[in-house]
Structure formats: structure tokens, C-alpha cells
Design a protein around this ligand. Structure first.
Ligand SMILES: [Zn+2]
Length: 427
């Protein structure tokens, strides 16, 4: 291993923890800022999750150890958001299993109608998969393979710092001078790429956010999955049916073709280098060391992947619908804004300008942007605007702001972090 310096490696690493299965339920955030390949600053907060998303589920408490008592009195995501934006600045973002962290920050922002900037996300988990061959790509295993000092796992500040170090180490190992080089140079591991159809589980697509090739059931496409141990969160037959539904194959026993071994009864915190594992898991580790593309997931990893996969698929489907409807911004968005008093507060003004004139949608109404249906548990603010999702809400705000500006509409000054859209996106 040659430690090449990475003179222009600049980014912010981020890690979030959630209180329950809702990805708006952010309860901790950690960040680490890297300049010229060195960590120069860190920040972390405990967060009171948004109202309606603030129950602490046993499954999540088991992972990170945080409880509602521990976050009582801590600031909300809305309160710390300006500080988070200030810390990130214009940086690209790095996270380990980035689709999860990205989904959490987007959904937490949606809960408060905040605008998350269109930053580039780089996923150290996918990068590690392309550069290393390991039995587990969770932070502790990747850190050990890169000879990094072990840190507490599932603690947001430590995980963000470790993701930053991993990114720097991977860049040194691959000789990448910038984050863009690193992300670009990482091509999918050949065995996995050939097993998976184009699109869904293509690691490069997950890493770059280009989901255009996704099909409806491809989240686990090409994966051959074995369950071992007693599952805590679902029945084994149910879990196997989920695998088939999401395009994978459920196997009875570990073979040379197995790509994922889901271990029930395995505490995410004990899955770390040196842990005593069952013979089946040990065998998988040995297969991985010999070069087989097999990974050990905890049951939690499995469900998280499916949850985030559902999000990615829905976003991809919306994207396809939007492509055929590019001129979707309704005229009332401009008319309403013109009639409003710019002396009103920013939040009130924005709400009044974007509200759909016909009130809450009826059963026949569809999303004004993508034409999609509204879910039964759709967020009240989205319903008020007749948008189906955070994606469509963000697009509505972004496009409306551009149109108001073009038309010279006077409006209240936005908090500086709310105007972060529109900056250049690399790549
Ligand atoms: Zn929509």
C-alpha cells in the first residue's frame, strides 16, 4: 500500500442516526470536514426528531443506543440546519452507505420545508466494494482493511470521522487526487456487475444517483441471498419472499454463487473485526478473503437496503414521468406570488405562494409535477401543494423561485441557507 498524498481532496463527511423506520426521524448527526486530505474540523449534534417521527423504536435503539430521554431538550433539525449548512458550505458530501444518509437529510428537511442543497454524494461503501474484497463492508471492517484506528461504531460523530478517513485512505490507495477522480475511477466489481442487470443494483448508479436504468423490482437484482440464524424483524418465509419480489434469489445454503448472507441474531454492534462468529459466518468470511463476492449483512442492513431501495425506485419512476412533462409549473404559482405582500415572513409567504388554489387534493387529483398519486400517509404540506413527495416538493420550490426571479416578483428575504439551490454540481 502506497500512501500517495491527496493534495486537493476536499469534502464534508456526514453520518446520521434515526429514531425509527421513518427516515425523517433524525436523532443524531455527525460531520467531518476534509481539506487537502486532512480532517480539519468536526461537528455533531443530538437532535430531537420532528413531531410525528419522534418515537424511538427498539430496533434503532439497539443499533445506536440513543433514547427519547437522551435527546430531550436537544435542538430540532430545523434549529441546527443553518449551522449544518454553514459547516458544509459548498462541499461535496461523503457518507458510508450514502443513499441512507441522503434519504434521511432529504426527508428531515421535507418535514420542515427546508431546502437541502443539490450536493454531489459519494458513497464510501460502494467505493470500498470496488477497491477491496471483504466479508463485510460495514465501517469497522473497511476501516480495518485500510489499517485505520478503530472508532466507536453507530455513533454519528465517530462514524462521520471514520467515513472521512476511509475516503482519504481509498483515495490514497487508488491514487486519486480529487474526490471526483475517486468517484469516477471506481468501477463496479466485475463479478457483481456481470451478475446484475443494468440499472437497479448497479453500484455506480447507486453512488452517482443516476437511477435512470432502474426497473420496478431490481433492488436485489443479481443477488443470491442466504438467511442464517433466527430473524428478529420478519419471518424467514416473508424475508425470502421479499428477496424474490426485489429481484434476488433466495438460497437454502451458502454456495460459490452466494453474494449476501443475512445473519439474524447478529447484533450490528458485534459485527466487527475479531468478533466470534457462527461457523456459517466464518465460512463466508473465508470465502470473501479468497475473492468470492460475498457479504455478511445484519438483518437491519437487509431491511434498510430494501427501504432505501423503495425510495430510489419511486424517485426513478417520478423522474421518468417528469421527463414527458417538462413544462409542469402551474400558472397560479406566479399569480399567487404577485398578489402577496412581500412584507410577510418568508415561511408564511412561501406557504401562501405555493398552496394549490383548490385546497386539499380529492381522489381524482394527481401530483402537479409528476402526475403520480398521493399516498394515504402523505405529508400535509405536500397535500396542500398537490405534490406527491419530497422530490416533487423540492422541484416545485426550485422552479418557482427561478420563475419568480425571472418575473421580478418581490418576496421576503430568505434565510441564506434556503437559497442554496442552483449552485454548480460537479460531474
Ligand atoms: Zn410527484
Amino acid at each position: 500500500m502506497t500512501a500517495t498524498p491527496a493534495p486537493s481532496l476536499d469534502f464534508t463527511a456526514i453520518d446520521v442516526e434515526t429514531a425509527n423506520s421513518s427516515r425523517a426521524s433524525v436523532c443524531a448527526v455527525g460531520m467531518a470536514k476534509v481539506r487537502d486530505g486532512e480532517v480539519i474540523d468536526t461537528a455533531s449534534w443530538l437532535v430531537t426528531p420532528p413531531a410525528g417521527h419522534d418515537t424511538f423504536a427498539p430496533r434503532n435503539v439497539a443499533v445506536h443506543g440513543l433514547t427519547s430521554e437522551m435527546v430531550a431538550g436537544e435542538p430540532s433539525w430545523e434549529r441546527i440546519f443553518p449551522q449544518i449548512m454553514g459547516f458544509i458550505g459548498e462541499d461535496d458530501l461523503v457518507a458510508h452507505n450514502a443513499p441512507f444518509d441522503r434519504s434521511v437529510v432529504h426527508q428531515a428537511c421535507s418535514a420542515y420545508d427546508l431546502d437541502w442543497p443539490e450536493a454531489r454524494w459519494v458513497d464510501t461503501l460502494q467505493l470500498a466494494r470496488t477497491v477491496l474484497t471483504l466479508g463485510s463492508y460495514s465501517l469497522p471492517f473497511v476501516a480495518k482493511a485500510l489499517e485505520l484506528e478503530e472508532l466507536a461504531h453507530h455513533e454519528a460523530a465517530a462514524d462521520a470521522l471514520q467515513a472521512a478517513r476511509i475516503c482519504v485512505a481509498l483515495s490514497a490507495r487508488t491514487g486519486s487526487g480529487t474526490l471526483a477522480d475517486l468517484a469516477m475511477g471506481a468501477s463496479p466489481r466485475s463479478s457483481r456487475a456481470s451478475a446484475a442487470p443494468r440499472g437497479a443494483s448497479h453500484p455506480a448508479n447507486r453512488a452517482t444517483g443516476d437511477f435512470s436504468g432502474l426497473d420496478a423490482t431490481g433492488v436485489l437484482a443479481g443477488e443470491q441471498i442466504v438467511f442464517t440464524g433466527t430473524l428478529q424483524l420478519s419471518m424467514r418465509a416473508e424475508a425470502q419472499a421479499l428477496v424474490e419480489h426485489f429481484g434476488g434469489t433466495a438460497q437454502k445454503a451458502v454456495t460459490a454463487k452466494t453474494t449476501i448472507l443475512v445473519a439474524g441474531n447478529l447484533d450490528p454492534r458485534t459485527l466487527r473485526p475479531g468478533a466470534k462468529l457462527s461457523s456459517k459466518l466464518e465460512k463466508a468470511m473465508v470465502l470473501a478473503e479468497r475473492g468470492q463476492a460475498i457479504e455478511i449483512w445484519t438483518e437491519d442492513d437487509f431491511h434498510q437496503r430494501l427501504d432505501v431501495g423503495r425510495d430510489e425506485l419511486e424517485a426513478a419512476t417520478r423522474q421518468q414521468r417528469v421527463a414527458v412533462n417538462p413544462s409542469w409549473l402551474p400558472s397560479y404559482v406566479l399569480e399567487q406570488a404577485r398578489a402577496l405582500d412581500p412584507a410577510a415572513g418568508y415561511t408564511t409567504w412561501l406557504r401562501d405562494a405555493l398552496r394549490h388554489p383548490s385546497g386539499r387534493p380529492t381522489a381524482d387529483d394527481v401530483c402537479i409535477r409528476c402526475g403520480g398519486a398521493f399516498g394515504i400517509d402523505a405529508y400535509w404540506m405536500f397535500l396542500e401543494r398537490h405534490v406527491c413527495s419530497g422530490d416533487c416538493n423540492d422541484a416545485l420550490k426550485r422552479t418557482a423561485k427561478a420563475e419568480w426571479k425571472k418575473a421580478g416578483v418581490a418576496r421576503p428575504d430568505a434565510p441564506s441557507y434556503a437559497e442554496s439551490y442552483g449552485r454548480a454540481v460537479i460531474g
